[in-house]
Design a binder for this molecule. Structure first.
Ligand SMILES: Nc1nc2c(c(=O)[nH]1)N[C@H]1C(S)=C(S)[C@@H](COP(=O)(O)OP(=O)(O)OC[C@H]3O[C@@H](n4cnc5c(N)ncnc54)[C@H](O)[C@@H]3O)O[C@H]1N2
Ligand code: MOO
Length: 426
């Protein structure tokens, strides 16, 4: 930006207004069928109703004998009559015989309980013997109707809701989808997110340090955040503080990407090209949503819609860039995949550290949340300033320090935004 030209009007909007206006410009992405093998962490795009019941046959829960409980009950308690073993059913097979009075069929865990039987007695609760060259059993205990049998639909009934639209596929969903035959799974298309970093001071990770230069960490941090929320990253590289290059890169990128995140250059510095870009935007296909947010860090965070695509201008300061993503890009990415993440109420916690820095705006500090003895507590991490990144790796929440002149004291209750980047070793 040219010297002296940075005084164009910026009206700070509240965080919740900025989030609201972003969501107004989001439409869920289209749906596609993905092979079950490739849908871990993807979002289901429609409510799935089970076409089958589970189990779909009467299933034995044990290795034992399928019996008729009424007869077996008296056999066990009164005269200890023998039941003739007339067949054996391995898991995966079905007996062609029925259990009739005086008989039992040997079944295995997971095998189909034969007709006529209404209970399964585990091997350990029988005495196995031979009578007249015939396998027989005597039951040691009373038998209850239905014991050790899972009936059709006990776990899932046909027509039951399995999972709603927006559900993320994890191990539990994988198991359910596989059990119910979903070889192809309806999921939202993954949002393609372009990441562009601006700044003539940036050098690549592999380059040795040079005076005044820093390595580009935001590109990697943002890519990790995008992927965490289901996005596919399109790396657009780094542009120097050159407005023409910025304009042409952004205009090309909005053709292919669903959303664009640009880091750096949004403040009022002489070379803050993104501020210049947002100020000079024109045409019916470009709309500035906001260019300042009443918050710290990241007050110069900006957003626009170009060609119906959201373009975020996040602060280059790594701490502010991280927070800006979580507050604005995360709800947008999730909304594209059918989830209204802002509808969830924030978690409340007791803060265990003083934070006595007053601020006219709400502040989002990196914190560490702990749950013990049903108490949620959170502490503010050290090295939390906007220009610092070292505490991001420990953060599992953002703590909202409300605006005010005094900050807050340990023991007060605060609202948290939880983060999904856990650092514990599992
Ligand atoms: N006169 C004023 N100066 C500043 C103001 C202000 O209101 N008046 N606001 C400050 C605030 S608040 C912030 S936040 C920053 C925002 O700066 P920009 O978004 O314009 O970011 P840059 O100036 O490009 O960079 C800031 C900082 O971050 C480093 N950086 C940039 N890109 C990366 C990257 N990809 N990876 C790692 N680090 C990066 C950059 O070198 C700078 O140190 O402005 C304040 N100034
Ligand atoms: O508002 Mo700037 O993000 O921290 O220092």
């Amino acid at each position: 930006m040219k010297k002296g030209s940075h005084k164009y009007v910026r009206r700070a909007v509240k965080v919740d207004y900025a989030q609201h206006v972003i969501l107004q410009h989001i439409r869920p992405l289209s749906s596609e069928y993905a092979s079950i093998d490739s849908c871990l962490n993807r979002r289901i795009s429609e409510s799935l109703l089970s076409k089958e019941c589970m189990p779909h046959f009467r299933r034995s829960g044990l290795d034992g004998y399928a019996v008729w409980s009424e007869e077996a009950g008296s056999a066990s308690t009164q005269n200890k009559a023998c039941l003739r073993v007339i067949d054996e059913v391995p898991a995966g097979s079905v007996s062609s015989l029925q259990v009739v009075p005086g008989t039992a069929i040997r079944v295995m865990t997971g095998s189909a309980v034969p007709e006529g039987a209404d209970a399964v007695v585990m091997f350990e609760q029988t005495d196995e013997l031979q009578l007249d060259g015939q396998d027989c059993i005597r039951l040691k205990h009373k038998v209850e109707y239905g014991q050790n049998i899972a009936n059709p639909g006990d776990e899932v009934e046909a027509g039951q809701l399995l999972m709603g639209a927006g559900t993320r596929v994890g191990p539990g969903q994988m198991a359910l989808l596989a059990s119910l035959g979903y070889e192809q799974v309806p999921v939202y298309r993954r949002p393609i997110v372009g990441i562009l970093t601006t700044g003539s001071e940036l050098i690549a990770v592999g380059e040795p340090l040079q005076p005044g230069k820093i390595r580009n960490s935001n590109a990697y941090m943002l890519a990790a955040q995008v992927q965490q929320y289901g996005g596919l990253v399109e790396h657009l590289g780094t542009v120097s503080d050159d407005i023409d290059q910025v304009v042409s890169t952004i205009h090309a990128a909005v053709q292919n990407c669903d959303m664009l995140i640009v880091s750096g250059g949004v403040s009022v510095g002489d070379y803050d090209v993104m501020a210049q870009f947002f100020a000079a935007m024109s045409g019916s296909e470009a709309e500035l949503l906001f260019n300042k947010v009443a918050m710290r860090p990241g007050c110069p965070t900006s957003a626009a819609v170009i060609n119906k695509k959201l373009v975020f201008g996040l602060s280059g300061n790594p701490g502010a860039c991280f927070v800006g993503f979580e507050l604005f890009a995360r709800p947008a990415l999730l909304a594209m995949q059918g989830i209204d993440s802002l509808a969830q109420s924030p978690i409340k916690a007791t803060i265990t550290t003083d934070y006595k820095k007053g601020c006219p705006h709400d502040r989002y500090v990196r914190g560490r949340m702990t749950i013990s003895q049903q108490q949620v507590t959170a502490s503010v991490l050290e090295k939390n300033s906007s220009s610092m990144l070292v505490s991001i790796q420990e953060a599992n929440c953002l703590i909202l320090i409300p605006s005010g002149s005094t900050g807050i004291s340990a023991g007060e209750v605060v609202a948290l935004i939880t983060l999904p980047y856990e650092t514990t070793p599992y």
